[in-house]
Write a protein that binds this ligand. Structure first.
Ligand code: GAL
Length: 778
């Protein structure tokens, strides 16, 4: 997908691509490196270069990015004497080793700008300033060391440290956030740079869909440049998918769509992409005045301010900003009247005409739809085979590989080799043990995230962390014990390790002490603490270790997949089906509605964790309609509450073959695979809603426009998908004009004028159009 994504970024008016480098992806085992396939960093950087863009390399190597463990490899956590992100020799040696490795690799290819390449900036650490305090003096020494170490690598382009006020020289500090216009670097000689303008937000299991409006995002960018900004980067411009087990924690979803300008599948997220493209075009056009001009600010009225950039050779560009969150403004500036909606900024490239206003969106809105797989005759009824996960050796026989007389944190025991870890112990009861008569509760302290409990081979129950920041909980359930030996088998499942906060690397995972049996008898409570019992551990699941998900293994006749009586709602179950790839080249998703939680693979490639049964909390979505005005936060404009947090899972075309493809699911909770469907994601219809005088474009992205569903010039009401006419409408038939102009074409562009659409007798006339894109496979 790289060349296509990078081309779309360039077409969207970007100058550079910023990327993290994930240490745990490239050094999964100490001193064993992986730069193959999708991990080929140099190839990625060269693709950026070959498309004519600059690059910003955020080596970190601590990254965050809602990525598993913030990008740290788990082996590092398990090194004796290590302490993360502080003055600690073990950590600093490893960090230096990886950072130098990346720098050397890039230097060898001569990719730094100082070598004639396209990398203009590099980053060390990540937002350490936000969390530095708890690390005390050692934290200060550490960040100074980071600066010296980075500087010693002699890359010839500046190093940056984001969210690091007063960064040690020669590091340059930068800002991250939804807004950075108020930000001032401590050193006045440091240019005002913004490394992360959050275009939306991420999602956790149980969370709702984020939306940061195009108007507000454009406002934040224009305001930043109005207030002297020099470099602004979108985080994310394309967030994509966290395949495999790369999602961080607690509880990050597999999708990392982020409501970014390019969506998870690489489609243009319109109108955001197009509205920003127009902004970039205008900003580029005033680059000379912005970089050479003197700045002057004038207050025009209570909410509107004019900022004038003027050069010695009398060239000037202006910004008119209305920071009021509710009141629109009509102002006169330089003898000309301007309408500046609340919470918006107009850019006047020559200080006279308005070329852009952040709240006036003329870019088209694209409504994406999902279509079922036409390569299949009966796409809804895939034929399934199944096999059980063999849990009995752990749940019934308590067999494992490691024995310790205490409860061990999952990070320390499983070394991130798997999400799954069995904790097993036994309790021997004499025939006259009171536990055999009273009510016994098994109580397990859990630091996250999912727990399945078995006693003497019998499944008792499961519990998982609730949506939110605190993922710790206590499992409590009454159990029945027998005389003699009783086996307690606890299957603990992690869903991504923590990635942010001071000392996040030490936050517990899996089962914590105590694990107790609580006996209630005759109003008295007796507690038996099992924490220092002999515990047996088994890392991973049988089917995952034996690679049931590999197509080779899946198709072997001996591999015991059964096609009869495919069970539903059975936990710890493997499902397999084959399918034909959807025709054409549109992005493919698999709809996993009906399933519980687990992992999915297509042709042996992991699609990541799935969890469609986790429903987004109803309380998260406010009933108020989404208003672009006022500061955005991750609590604002949420949608899809009461629906699965993530129902569709991306299947990149590169995972698919022309012939037969195999989907394998490991279902942990129990679910029904019969609704599973492969679909394509494409533009269903496109809309424009713009004022008279504007030139607008409708485009079905390489497919013909098949129909004009709605068109009205005057005062049409509503939004894309539900436009309505109003009393003020021209009597010229706008639909037939646009049918002639657009139908059968992939895109059409026209000016909204009375000449074209006739007279309408109202103020501020607009044209609203909805066009349908052809259902077309190739
Ligand atoms: C920042 C961090 C990014 C990402 C972002 C939220 O704090 O630097 O890596 O985690 O927050 O998406």
């Amino acid at each position: 997908m790289w060349p296509d994504l990078i081309r779309k970024a360039k077409e969207g008016g970007l100058d550079a691509v910023e990327t993290y480098v994930f240490w745990n992806a490239h050094e999964p085992v100490r001193r064993q490196y992986d730069f193959s396939g999708n991990l080929d960093l140099v190839r990625f950087l060269k693709t950026i270069r070959d498309e004519g863009l600059y690059a910003i390399l955020r080596i970190g190597p601590y990254a965050c990015a809602e990525w598993n463990y913030g990008g740290f490899p788990m082996w590092l956590h398990n090194m004796p004497g290590v302490s993360f992100r502080t003055k600690n020799d073990v950590f600093m040696n490893e960090m230096k080793n990886f950072t130098s490795l990346i720098v050397d690799m890039v230097k060898r290819e001569r990719l730094f700008a100082s070598q004639g390449g396209h990398i203009i900036l590099a980053q060390i650490e990540n937002e350490y300033g936000n969390v530095m305090k708890p690390y005390g003096e050692d934290g200060k020494s550490y960040i100074n060391w980071c600066a010296q170490m980075a500087d010693s690598l002699d890359i010839g382009v500046p190093w940056i440290m984001c969210q690091q006020a007063g960064a040690p020289k020669p590091m340059l500090e930068t800002c991250n956030g939804w807004y950075c216009d108020q930000y001032k670097p401590k050193d006045p000689n440091t240019p005002k740079m913004w490394t992360e303008n959050w275009t939306g937000w991420f999602k956790s299991w149980g969370g709702a869909d984020p939306l940061r409006t195009a108007e507000d995002l454009a406002y934040s960018v224009a305001r930043f440049f109005q207030k002297g900004g020099t470099l602004q980067n979108y985080y994310m411009y394309h967030g994509g998918t966290n395949f495999g087990r790369t999602s961080g924690g607690p509880y990050m979803t597999t999708t990392y769509d982020y409501n970014a300008p390019l969506d998870e599948y690489g489609n243009l997220n319109q109108p955001k992409w197009g509205h920003l493209k127009q902004l970039h075009h205008v900003l580029h056009s005033i680059e000379y005045t912005l970089t050479h001009g003197d700045v002057n600010t004038q207050k025009i009225d209570n909410s509107v301010t004019a900022t004038v950039y003027e050069t010695n050779d009398n060239k000037s560009s202006c910004f008119l900003s209305n920071t009021n969150t509710t009141t629109d403004a009509n102002v006169n500036f330089g003898g000309i009247n301007y309408f500046i909606p609340a919470w918006s900024i107009s850019i006047l490239p020559d200080c006279r005409g308005e070329a852009y206003n952040t709240a006036k969106v003329y870019a088209q809105t694209s409504m994406m739809i999902k279509r079922s797989n036409k390569a299949e005759d009966e796409p809804e009824s895939l034929k399934w085979a199944w096999r059980p996960e063999l849990i009995e050796s752990a749940s019934v026989h308590g067999k494992g590989d490691v024995f310790v007389n205490k409860i061990v944190d999952q990070k320390d025991m499983a070394n991130d080799a798997s999400d799954y870890l069995w904790y097993m112990t036994s309790v021997v009861l004499a025939k006259d043990d009171p536990m055999l008569n009273g009510t016994v509760t098994l109580r397990v302290a859990d630091t996250g995230h999912v727990l399945h409990v078995f006693v003497n081979g019998k499944y008792i129950d499961s519990q998982w962390a609730k949506y939110g920041n605190n993922v710790a909980y206590v499992f409590e359930k009454n159990i029945k014990l027998s005389p003699g030996k009783n086996l307690i088998s606890l299957l603990s499942v992690t869903v991504g390790f923590k990635n942010y906060e001071a000392k996040f690397d030490l936050v517990g995972a899996g089962i914590a002490s105590p694990v107790e049996l609580v006996l209630n008898m005759r109003n008295q409570t007796f507690v038996k603490d099992l924490s220092s019992n002999k515990w047996t551990y088994k890392i991973g699941l049988d089917g995952i270790s034996n690679k049931f998900f590999n197509t080779d293994c899946a198709s072997k006749p001996s591999s015991k997949w059964v096609s009869d009586q495919v069970p539903i709602n059975r936990n710890f179950t493997w499902y397999k089906t084959t399918f034909k790839a959807p025709l054409g080249n549109k992005p493919v998703v698999v709809d996993l509605l009906g399933l519980g939680k687990g992992m999915a693979w297509v042709n042996g490639h992991s699609l990541g964790r799935y969890w469609p049964s986790y429903i987004a909390d109803k309380k998260l979505c406010k009933t108020k309609p989404c208003d672009y005005r006022g500061r955005y936060s991750d609590k604002k404009c949420l949608s899809k509450c009461g629906e699965p947090t993530q129902r569709w899972y991306h299947v990149p075309r590169s995972f698919l073959n022309d012939g037969e493809n195999t989907l394998i699911l490991f279902e942990e909770f129990g679910g029904n695979p019969s609704w599973v469907q492969f679909q394509t994601v494409e533009v269903g219809s496109v809309c424009v809603n713009a004022y008279e005088g504007k030139v607008v474009e409708l485009s079905c992205h390489n497919r013909p426009i098949s129909k004009i569903e709605f068109a009205s010039f005057g005062h049409p009401q509503g939004v894309c998908g539900s436009f309505k006419k109003s009393e003020c409408e021209s009597d010229v038939d706008a639909i037939s004009i646009l049918e002639k102009e657009c139908v059968g074409k992939e895109s059409c562009s026209f000016k909204i004028s009375e000449d074209k659409f006739g007279k309408a007798y109202c103020e501020a006339k607009r044209l609203a159009v909805e066009a349908v894109c052809e259902d077309f496979t190739f």
